[in-house]
Design a protein around this ligand. Structure first.
Ligand code: FAD
Ligand code: NAD
Length: 478
């Protein structure tokens, strides 16, 4: 057994942990990052959920499936005749895997470049001594080692929420990992949960040819989103894209047949049985503290079972920090990264923080949804007097050229001050457009500020410009 002392030991090499490691190393601290992820080949693979089985592979499959769909249904209108369009799913999966390999390998490169000690194994807190916190690491070869951190950052992420009625085997009943690796397009695909993963994965397989039925327990759709945005998105996803989304559907049990599954569910109309070939379970994620042995140093958990932290990501134990999915707040990679940066900088003596009011959300359906700040129902509930300005992509020249005219941008600004309080986008490249809104809100911009900024023509950003003008009732192209 060897023992080494580092300024910072980080447990978890996902976006929260690996970015914290890089930033801490940039600031001159000695850093060890312990990560347990092994890929399908049994090899260490840094980058956590995001790079291995989350953000990155899902976006690769979304892009490929969207292009396939366009080749089938949109190219002809643009005057492009491609003859027979064939799906090569093996190639699509290989491309996705290659992107994952490149990016996870890239994290390894960053660790070397920044002289970060990288250990592959499962870490647990083991106690405290004069040098710092002792972290025990169970290595792959069943041996263990100990490292000591003067400070420790816990970044152990989250895992898919299990559902008793539908236990995942990643053969017939799939979580996000299985949903991204299907080697054949299932004729009938069921999805439990119409949240972000359900919609993104449902879209992928629908575009590749599956009949997709999504069963959502809640009566409302995308409860976190602005109601108008959610309503319009629901219409587009069901009517235009052909996803069947059943709201208020409570799954009671799943029977496995030889080649299919029978999903029993109840809604306001009574009891139903849905027969599918594969079933994705996407009912949320839960913080992952399994095996961390938090009790060894007395780190407290919150009501969700995540690690309790304050707004600076400090746990109740001075010197132990926690970031990302394992702590409160949205389970988003960019939130995890920013917390990682802020903690590394605080350890190095800086005064960093994350502005939780301006964390953007994106759902990568077609069209995309993106928002930042508060929505109309939140403003109404708080009694905040606001003005709203909207503008449709249908009236924008660039959107017409792209053949992507569905959706709108909505800007919400405080009536008294005109300060922007929220921006909600349903439309092409909403994921890119939302950044202008984030910047505007960070700089406390008014809708008038955006209205007076020159936006390139023709560009999708003009829709945001026009929506800002519309707050004052003076959109120019409507
Ligand atoms: P993780 O990425 O989960 O990393 C935690 C790491 O810690 C893992 O490598 C794990 O093996 C390791 N670990 C855990 N316990 C131990 C231990 N005891 N010892 C050693 N190592 C340990 N977010 C977005 O912002 N945009 C998206 O488009 C997006 N798409 C997603 C798509 C899917 C299908 C999924 C599932 C998630 C998606 N997310 C997306 C969410 C995003 O992946 C997470 O918010 C992000 O990965 C959280 O980062 P993290 O560092 O907190 O945790
Ligand atoms: P989610 O919280 O987005 O959605 C889960 C859905 O399942 C909800 O609508 C919920 O009402 C429903 N549900 C819960 N229990 C149910 C039940 N028993 N039967 C039917 N429906 C049920 O969770 P997710 O889609 O699993 O994604 C997890 C998290 O991963 C997201 O919240 C997000 O933070 C992250 N993520 C982000 C992105 C992105 O940023 N584009 C993409 C994928 C995942």
């Amino acid at each position: 057994m060897t023992e080494q002392v580092f300024d910072v030991v980080i447990i978890g090499g996902g976006p929260g942990g690996y970015i914290a490691a890089v930033r801490a190393a940039q600031l001159g601290l000695s850093v060890c990052c312990v990560d347990a992820w092994s890929n399908a080949k049994g090899k260490p693979s840094l980058g956590g959920t995001c790079l291995n089985v989350g953000c990155i592979p899902s976006k690769a499959m979304l892009e490929s499936s969207e292009n396939y769909h366009k080749a089938l249904h949109q190219f002809a209108e643009m005057g492009i005749e491609v003859g027979t369009v064939n799906l090569n799913l093996q190639q699509m999966l290989a491309r996705k895997n290659k992107i994952v390999e490149q990016l996870t390998g890239g994290v390894g490169y960053l660790f070397k470049k920044n002289k970060i000690t990288s250990l592959h194994g499962k870490a647990a807190l083991a106690g405290k001594n004069a040098a710092g916190f002792v972290v025990q690491v169970r290595l792959e070869n069943a041996q263990s080692t100990e490292v000591t951190g003067r400070q420790v950052i816990l970044a152990t992420g989250s895992v898919a929420r299990a559902m008793e009625a539908a236990p995942v085997d990643n053969i017939q009943i799939l979580d996000n990992e299985g949903a991204l690796a299907l080697e054949q397009v299932p004729a009938r695909l069921g999805v439990i949960g119409s949240g972000v993963i359900g919609l993104e994965m449902g879209s992928v397989w629908k575009r590749l040819g599956s009949e997709v039925t999504i069963l959502e327990a809640m009566d409302s759709f995308l409860a976190l989103a602005d109601e108008q945005l959610a309503r319009e998105a629901f219409k587009m996803l069901t009517r235009d894209q052909g996803l069947s989304i059943q709201l208020g559907a409570k799954v009671t049990r799943v029977d496995r047949k030889k080649k299919s599954l029978q999903v029993h569910y109840a809604d306001s109309q009574g009891e139903h049985v849905l027969e599918v070939d594969k079933l994705i379970v996407a009912v949320g994620r839960v913080p992952n503290t399994e095996g961390l042995n938090l009790g060894a140093v007395g780190v407290q958990c919150d009501a969700r079972g995540g690690i309790q932290v304050d707004e600076h990501c400090r746990t109740n134990v001075p010197g132990i920090w926690a970031v990302g999915d394992v702590v409160r707040g949205p389970m988003l990679a960019h939130k995890a990264e920013e917390e990682g940066v802020a903690v590394a900088e605080q350890i190095a003596g800086q005064q960093s923080h994350v502005d939780f009011n301006t964390i953007p959300w994106v759902i990568y359906t077609a069209p995309e949804l993106a928002w930042v700040g508060q929505n109309e129902q939140q403003l109404k509930a708080k009694g905040i007097d606001y003005r709203s300005g909207s503008f449709p992509f249908a009236a924008n020249g660039r959107a017409k050229g792209l053949g992507e005219t569905r959706g709108f941008v909505k800007v919400l600004a405080e009536r008294a001050t005109d300060r922007i309080l929220g921006v909600h986008i349903l439309g092409p490249f909403a994921s890119e457009l939302i950044t202008e809104a984030v910047v505007a809100m960070e700089f406390q911009a008014s809708s008038e500020d955006i209205a007076r900024i020159v936006h390139a023509h023709p560009s999708l950003s003009e829709v945001f410009h026009e929506a800002a003008l519309a707050v004052d009732g003076r959109a120019l192209n409507m």
